[in-house]
Design a protein around this ligand. Sequence first.
Ligand code: CA
Length: 203
Amino acid sequence: MQTYCIFVGFRNFPVMFSKQFAIGKIAVFISTIATLSLGSTQAQASCAAPFTGGDFEGQTRQRVSSPWVPEGRVGIDRGLGYSNAGKNNAWMRNVSGWNGIRQRVRLQPNTQYQLTAYVRTSANVTDGYFGVRDARQKVFSEIKFGSLPRYTPLTLGFRTGSETEYNIFTGFWALGQDSWVQVDDYRLTGGSCADVELVPASN
Ligand SMILES: [Ca+2]
């Protein structure tokens, strides 16, 4: 007996079906109905990237907590007047080693995204990195930054590969002297509906 199944994704509607053409057509038909029933407003909203906590306003402790993961010596400035906007920002400060934060995100495959964050550093930072790693924490795309006396927006455009799990990160190597980085207002945009249409419906 031939079987087929339909995966109704959050942002698109890839359809898996058997080799039998007729059943494939039925699946596409059902998928089309599902798409139409969503309505244009919901369909647009479903294209937004799944990224939260980029302004750090939801962080309730000095310790970095979910959805962010600490690496090295980092924390949250809460109501100290060091933010780019709102009350809170994240900080990383040390005399040596790697110090940073990361957040795991699920992204659409083969899709263009743009990541932005506001970064400020002490005058002696020379080895900072901002970007995206893959699921195994290997750098996927990044830009290097040095001293940023004022909050400066860093922007990285990247296109995902076939995988869907990535890690947004910012961090720096402290090179033998006290140095620090402050970050705030991450934004991740992309995953447009136009890109969704490029995903083959039958894979
Ligand atoms: Ca903030």
